[in-house]
Write a protein that binds this ligand. Structure first.
Ligand code: UDP
Ligand code: MG
Length: 343
């Protein structure tokens, strides 16, 4: 962005996924509103109700009725955090889009710092966690291990200790909105698209109400999406394993045979040895079936070509026919050619 050109009134969109946050959603809205009003640009808050089972939607509708800058998407069921964020980005219309959790673990006041960096010309400004109180030792350990592993094995640099709390320029949002992969890891996707990126430090707070909706199962799914979405490393493990097993056999077979013939020492005796070896090797093989299955399943997800989410209702946003497939481009694109007919 050329700093000398003054853009006409930038609009900032805040995107927040909501799953069972009814208890504190008013507090969240108030803090976002106060921060945004202090920044002084026009803004909108796009909240995505990800199939909450509590009173989140009613609470959000109350907020929307009082403040039309608050816009709502209501999913037909729970589609998961990353998909909820995706929908919010599809429907947000600002020149910058901020993704923030709605449980106040990401302090809305930090948005001012993100916007500041954006004004300096950075297209992606991610918030880097300085401390994370109120999280279990296990969560901190696994999170740390996760980021270090991703950093080592993927081809892209995902900044350490960042979550999805970040600001993205419209150009970045359009680029990501055009990536319709089903198993999404948005932090990785924002790094992948490139552009000028900068970090801002913040203190992550403890949850003030409710409980985490990221049990170990969902964390493992997210980790697999990160790894399989950005790396072929797990597939290459099979190659390394076959190489080292081959070396072992080439060296081992003559040694064992010669010792047997020359000295009569029998190294591997009886069925027990064979069974142990077979079990060990077949467990390796099953592991590689699993790894291939992970990639195969993801290919199947893409081939089916289902929409990423189903919107049941919208409030304050023009309802699209289902999912908004492409980011709105300056000259309106002709959607006719996208009906999947064979070309
Ligand atoms: N969330 C969501 N759908 C889900 C799980 C979570 O939209 O299936 C939202 C949740 O309301 C919150 C954010 O995603 O705003 C982060 O979730 P959570 O706080 O449970 O994760 P954690 O902060 O513990 O990693
Ligand atoms: Mg949280």
């Amino acid at each position: 962005m050329n700093p000398s050109e003054t853009p006409q009134k930038p609009m900032i969109s805040i995107v927040a996924p909501v799953y069972n946050e009814g208890e504190g959603i008013h507090k969240f809205y108030e803090r976002v509103r106060d921060t945004m009003d202090r920044i002084g640009e026009p803004w909108e808050l796009v909240m995505v109700n990800d199939g909450s089972r509590d009173n989140s939607l009613e609470q959000m509708r109350l907020i929307h009725e009082r403040d039309p800058r608050v816009r709502l998407l209501d999913f037909a069921r729970n589609f998961g955090h990353q998909i909820a964020v995706t929908a919010g980005m599809d429907y947000a219309s600002g020149d910058a889009v901020v993704i923030i959790d709605s449980d106040l673990q990401d302090p809305p006041e930090t948005i001012a710092d993100l916007v500041q960096k954006w004004r300096e010309g950075y297209e992606v400004v991610y918030a880097v966690r300085r401390k994370r109180p109120g999280e279990t030792w296990f969560k901190l350990m696994t999170a740390k291990l996760f980021y270090r592993t991703i950093y080592r094995i993927t081809e892209i640099d995902i900044p350490l200790d960042t979550g999805d709390f970040r600001l993205m320029d419209r150009r970045v949002v359009n680029a990501i909105n055009n990536m319709r992969e089903h198993n999404r890891f948005i932090r990785g996707m924002t790094s992948w698209v490139g552009f000028r990126q900068a970090g801002v430090l913040y203190d992550r707070h403890a949850r003030e109400w409710g409980k985490t909706n990221y049990p170990l199962r969902k964390m493992i799914k997210l980790a697999w999406d990160a790894v399989t979405g950005f790396s072929f490393f797990p597939l290459r493990i099979a190659m390394y394993a076959s190489f080292w097993l081959f070396i072992l056999s080439v060296l081992g077979i003559p040694i064992v045979s010669l010792l047997r013939l020359a000295t009569g020492i029998q190294f591997f005796e009886g069925q027990a040895t064979s069974i142990v070896v077979i079990l060990l090797l077949s467990s390796f093989q099953f592991f590689f079936f699993f790894v291939m299955g992970q990639y195969l399943g993801r290919i199947y997800d893409e081939v089916r070509g289902r929409p990423l989410y189903i919107v049941a209702d919208t409030f304050g946003i023009q309802r699209q026919n289902g999912e908004r497939h492409r980011a709105p481009q300056p000259p309106p694109v002709d959607m006719q050619g996208e009906d999947g007919s064979k070309g």
